[in-house]
Design a protein around this ligand. Structure first.
Ligand SMILES: [Zn+2]
Length: 389
């Protein structure tokens, strides 16, 4: 088992054996038939249950697997193809992307780019289309970008940045790192872009599937279910707008319609918290300034909040230097700040003037209040700006 194997969904590193997949590669030379045998473990992540293969090979092995030209894909007994109904599933988002007038429609990991061929036949201008794959197999007329899809990491320009909609069908199960790939697609997407993502659904089994499909092959590195695929997509920044599990002929597939929506809630909430923190420190500074105009005032607690209040309101520093504001702090008593000795809070009972509590966190500030009561300080002398509405 590869020591550095990592689950792409939960990043777990502990796996259990599920099955042993063996496959043979025929030796091409003449004479007696012979095969080279390979075997790898199919494992499940001990934390999230994702099923994936160990990989006893590197990119070279994968290059080899894909070296021969694609054969025509067969999906059903009567040889129907699913590309039209893939487009139908994506129709609403796809039409919105087309109507927006900019951003390309991608087929990423396109093979023959059957989806784009169909869109081209429908009259979509070829400049709006872009087929992307490891190597070119698309017909002339469809713009093509050669790209190492295992090398995308979201940190560099891709050649398809700002795309408006992407089809990605039966690619993700082949990627070395589906998380890195889906995240790179998310980073490259235009705001609001859509992604049609389809992979084999390994939760659907049945005689047709097992007897006719080619799902247990050396090319398949990841065995997704609707749940695991949704979990992965969501954790890479995609919103799930559609989710369907179905058979097309003898091919079980799960398909998601994903959207690159903006996720501003956490950013906005964080900015709002910081606006409030700054307002609280401004209120502390304003109160200290006002009180010190009437005579000496004690400020209790020389921590982040008071230091930032002083930094934002330099006149407070002048007032401290001048002795109009006297700093008290238990841990730093006897040291100096702004050329003034920091007082011992035990001396606050004898201080003649109001006492402003400058520690914002309640666990510190409430202990100060209790200590003040224990020292016999009249609570009317305590000013707590953080507790005022
Ligand atoms: Zn996992």
């Amino acid at each position: 088992m590869t020591a550095d194997l990592t689950c792409p969904i939960c990043l777990g590193r502990a796996f259990s054996q599920v099955e042993d997949l063996r496959f043979s590669v025929p030796r091409p030379q003449g004479g007696a038939a012979g095969a080279e045998w390979f075997s790898y473990d199919i494992l499940s992540c001990d934390a999230c249950g994702h099923v994936m293969t160990d990989r006893p090979y590197g990119e070279g092995f994968i290059e080899n697997l894909y070296a021969s030209p694609l054969e025509k894909e067969r999906w059903t007994h009567d040889d129907r193809e699913p590309y039209g109904e893939m487009i139908a599933f994506a129709r609403g988002d796809l039409d919105r992307a087309l109507a927006a007038g900019e951003g390309r429609i991608l087929d990423i990991g396109c093979g023959f780019a059957k989806v784009l061929q169909q869109l081209y036949a429908e009259g979509i201008a070829s400049e709006r289309l872009l087929a992307v794959d490891f190597r070119r197999q698309v017909p002339d007329g469809i713009p093509f970008l050669e790209c190492n899809l295992n090398g995308l990491d979201g940190s560099a320009a891709t050649g398809f940045d700002g795309y408006a909609f992407a089809f990605c069908t039966h690619l993700l199960e082949h990627t070395l790192d589906p998380r890195t790939f889906l995240r790179a697609l998310r980073v490259a997407a235009a705001p609001g872009a859509g992604l049609y993502l389809e992979v084999p659904d390994h939760s659907l089994t049945g005689r047709d599937v097992v007897a006719l499909s080619n799902l247990w092959s050396p090319q398949h590195l990841h065995y997704f279910t609707p749940e695991s695929l949704s979990a992965l997509a969501t954790s890479c920044g995609w919103s799930v707008a559609g989710n369907e599990s179905s058979l097309f002929g003898f091919v079980p597939r799960v398909r998601l319609l994903l959207r690159a929506e903006t996720h501003a809630a956490a950013v906005e909430a964080t900015r709002d918290s910081f606006r409030q923190l700054r307002a609280l420190r401004d209120a502390l500074a304003a109160r200290l300034s006002r009180e010190s105009g009437n005579g000496p005032v004690a400020v209790w607690g020389l921590g982040t909040d008071l230091l930032l209040a002083i930094e934002g309101h330099p006149k407070l520093a002048e007032s401290i230097r001048a002795g109009h504001i006297v700093v008290f702090d238990l841990a730093q008593r006897g040291q100096s700040h702004l050329e003034r000795e920091i007082g011992d809070p035990d001396a606050l009972a004898a201080f003649d003037g109001p006492i402003v509590l400058a520690a914002r966190p309640a666990n510190t500030r409430f202990r100060m209040r209790e200590a003040a009561v224990a020292m016999g300080i009249d609570s009317a002398r305590l000013i707590d700006v953080f507790d005022e509405a």
